[in-house]
Design a protein around this ligand. Structure first.
Ligand SMILES: CO[C@H](O)c1c[n+]2c([nH]1)[C@H](O)[C@@H](O)[C@H](O)[C@H]2CO
Length: 451
């Protein structure tokens, strides 16, 4: 079905917001008693990030948090998705609580609430305490208890002021990037470690949800990145590759969390002898009732059989496609298709688009203080329209968090890619709303009718 262009309002109560993550914007990673994370270590390891960029300063949000909340309010945001740096709260990962770290997030939440902005708090957005990585990190089964302990500290401190909790951001990226291909912290490259890290992430997710049910009184969910896979040809090889790629990225996490089992392709066609037999109690731990799911959507993948290891599948660049600075095809129809797929497979669980956005080359801040970013505006318009189409097809989409509020540290790509609707001058830390921020403000004020 083609993406229609009729501007239409979104449901009453649709939550319009923006998203960030601690390590990408805060800076001051070791301030006030915080411990190092694996990203502090990884970025300071020569060659791991573009230009050797680190999160030491980033957007200096740790000091500018009040100004940034005022900026969010000026844009008319109704919600703000952010993550907590685990090693600010528990510098050794478990045990001793660093009250100053907790106080930072408590102040941030209170300021958001004072401006009528709802906080959505992500417990884990990739910055594992280095002290836990020293104990095996996601390869150590004890991490389920460590994560539940950390979550419980946060629930006791903030639940009630925070009413929407997320356990993990994108377990797929954590394992594919951090344990299989090594592009992300902790930089491992092992087909055998990958399933273990992945499974322990999901066990930790389940343990944190269980702990929430004993402490919290509001909502908790899981955020996944999913990407529709379209076969490049109808050949048996390409169809099989597409099925593998779909199972590996799109089903690997929501299936165990909601259905209680993994897709069979993971063992039978991808990991083989590297896929352990998991105990039944693991599946019971992972499958906890979710109040919502978060979907991060950026692009699609036209998929063909390749000799890639171990997936044996890869994306085919589309000759007529439009691509972002990160090499992702702009394909809004994929979002509609994916939301309908998720509804049909998992039973229309309340869903938030917890990330959607694009890096395009932005011009410098013009004299009149404008940053013209028409490509990003077009991207957001098309994807919000695609969400509206999914809602028209019965999907229970509750909100949209644009990625990202601010230009920020794009992990291994450093500061070379700008996703923000607000420009950040990293030299002066000046924030300048781009045209896309102005456009988004109007969309929020009109409940989507101006899109
Ligand atoms: C592979 O795309 C993923 O869905 C994805 C894209 N992104 C993400 N996940 C992360 O959650 C953010 O921290 C990134 O900054 C953002 C932009 O790269």
């Amino acid at each position: 079905m083609a993406v229609t262009t009729t501007p239409r309002r979104f449901p009453e109560g649709f939550l319009w917001g923006a998203a960030t993550a601690a390590h990408q914007i805060e800076g001051s990673p070791m301030a006030d008693g915080a411990g190092p994370s694996i990203w502090t270590r990884f970025a300071h390891t020569p060659g791991m990030t573009v230009n050797g960029d680190t999160g030491d300063v980033a957007c200096d949000h740790y000091n500018r948090w009040k100004e940034d909340v005022a900026l969010m309010a000026s844009l008319g945001l109704k919600a703000y998705r952010f993550s907590v740096s685990w090693s600010r709260i528990l510098p050794e990962g478990t045990g001793r609580v660093n009250q100053k770290g907790l106080d930072f997030y408590s102040r941030l939440v209170d300021e958001l609430l004072s401006k009528g902005i709802e906080p959505l708090l992500t417990l884990y957005h990739w910055d594992l305490p280095a002290a836990l990585d020293d104990r095996g990190g996601w390869l150590n089964r004890d991490i389920a208890d460590w994560f539940a302990e950390y979550g419980s500290v946060m629930y006791r401190a903030l639940d009630g002021r925070v009413k929407k909790w997320v356990t993990l951001n994108e377990p797929w990226v954590v394992t594919d990037g951090g344990y299989l291909h090594g592009a992300l912290a902790p930089g491992h490259r092992s087909k055998y470690e990958t399933p273990i890290a992945s499974h322990n992430l999901m066990r930790a997710h389940g343990a944190a949800v269980k702990a929430y049910r004993e402490i919290g009184k509001h909502e908790i969910g899981l955020v996944v990145n999913i990407e529709p896979k379209y076969a490049a040809t109808e050949s048996a090889a390409d169809l099989a590759a597409t099925k593998r790629a779909h199972a590996y990225m799109n089903e690997q996490y929501l299936d165990p969390a909601i259905l209680g089992h993994y897709p069979p392709e993971l063992k039978n066609e991808i990991f083989g002898d590297a896929w352990p037999e998991w105990a039944d109690e693991d599946y019971a731990l992972i499958k906890q009732k979710l109040d919502f799911i978060g979907i991060n959507y950026y692009t699609r993948s036209v998929t063909q059989a390749t000799d890639s290891y171990p997936l044996k599948a890869g994306a085919v660049r589309q000759k007529l496609g439009t691509y972002t600075e990160t090499g992702w095809e702009v394909f809004p129809q994929g979002l509609t298709d994916l939301l309908v797929w998720a509804k049909d497979r998992y039973g229309n669980i309340p869903t938030y688009i917890t990330e959607n956005g694009a890096a395009f080359f932005d011009p410098a801040v013009a004299e009149e203080g404008r940053v013209r970013d028409p490509l990003r505006m077009g991207y957001l318009k098309k994807h919000l329209t695609a969400i509206r189409d999914a809602i028209d097809q019965g999907c229970d989409i509750r909100g949209y968090m644009v990625w990202s509020l601010l230009d920020n540290l794009e992990w291994s790509l450093g500061y070379s890619k700008r996703f923000g609707i607000v420009h950040v001058n990293y030299g002066t830390q000046e924030r300048t709303p781009k045209d896309s921020a102005r456009w988004y403000s109007k969309a929020i004020a009109s409940h989507g009718a101006s899109i």
